[in-house]
Ligand binder design. Structure first.
Ligand SMILES: [Zn+2]
Length: 293
């Protein structure tokens, strides 16, 4: 059994917050700083069985209760290959979250997609190498269905929200996730393009599959920050952050609209990810699943 207790301990020097998240809350996983968009954000630290206590903000965006989890830590201390993905996803499930909207900065591999564009990917390719990528390391052996890596219901809401703002949206795209933290080489980008990838980033894997392993809905809104290696002269973090700053406002408005549009009832198959996923009976699997929580 997981040895974790719900923990709302305050980090040293932080004020204490006792309120728990609302059951209808939706989690947003994104870059450091998004908490500024929350009204009355309250910080909470959550104990997990994974030797890391994620810190999340509870608050509201346009009146909707949300939990914001800064993927890279409160002060952006984790590079993409060191993000505690398992602790982050486990923590959200532990807090009762069922649905996650992620934001990702990406490079464009498809020449049609330009810096500043918004993309809602429908599929992904995992080219990461050394990440702790599953909750199911032992018995029973579990293989979840990942035919639809991103929740179709949240994808629909994201696409509708972006269109409603009068913005162009790329509503189908294949995201390839690299290990990082370096950017890719031109030869790698040419290979990814031949494999059918449209955008490249470093953070969607294993975040998306871990969410599915726990039966959570997960979809992503991606902001193109640059053309990928070999498609522009050189890549700089400064350039990436400039686009993020310029388009951050529209990203926030898209998320606000999405919160309004996500239907209350889950009518996708994400929560049934563990049906027929085990080589043993579902009863055994249920025990394994519950032991994670
Ligand atoms: Zn779903």
């Amino acid at each position: 059994m997981a040895n974790s207790q719900p923990c709302h301990k305050k980090p040293k020097g932080e004020p204490e917050y006792e309120s728990k998240p609302d059951g209808s809350s939706i989690a947003i996983i994104g870059g450091t700083g998004f908490e500024k968009a929350l009204s009355s954000p309250r910080l909470m630290e959550v104990e997990t069985p994974f030797h890391y206590k994620p810190k999340v903000y509870l608050g509201e965006v346009s009146g909707y209760p949300v939990i914001f989890l800064p993927r890279h830590g409160l002060s952006h201390e984790f590079p993409p290959h060191k993000v505690p993905y398992k602790a982050n996803i486990w923590c959200l499930r532990h807090l009762g979250i069922e649905r996650i909207v992620a934001t990702n900065l990406v490079g464009s591999i498809n020449p049609s997609l330009k810096p500043g564009d918004l993309v809602v990917p429908h599929d992904l390719i995992d080219f990461t190498k050394g990440r702790d990528a599953t909750f199911y390391d032992g018995t029973p052996v579990v293989h979840i269905d990942f035919t639809k890596p991103y929740c179709p219901q949240i994808r629909r809401a994201l696409i509708q929200a972006i269109k409603g703002l009068g913005e162009k949206v790329w509503d189908r795209a294949v995201y390839v996730c690299t290990e990082g933290p370096r950017y890719e080489t031109p030869a790698e980008i040419r290979m990814f393009r031949r494999l059918g990838a449209d955008i490249v980033g470093m953070t969607s894997c294993p975040e998306a599959s871990l969410a599915r392993e726990l039966g959570l809905c997960y979809a992503s809104i991606c902001l193109v920050s640059n053309m990928a290696a070999g498609m522009q002269r050189r890549l700089t973090t400064k350039e990436v952050m400039k686009v993020a700053e310029e388009r951050g406002g529209i990203l926030l408005r898209a998320i606000e609209e999405t919160l309004r549009l996500i239907p209350k009832a889950r009518r996708c198959g994400c929560r049934r990810s563990l049906d027929e996923a085990s080589l043993r009976s579902n009863g055994t699997l249920k025990v394994a699943f519950q032991s994670l929580l």
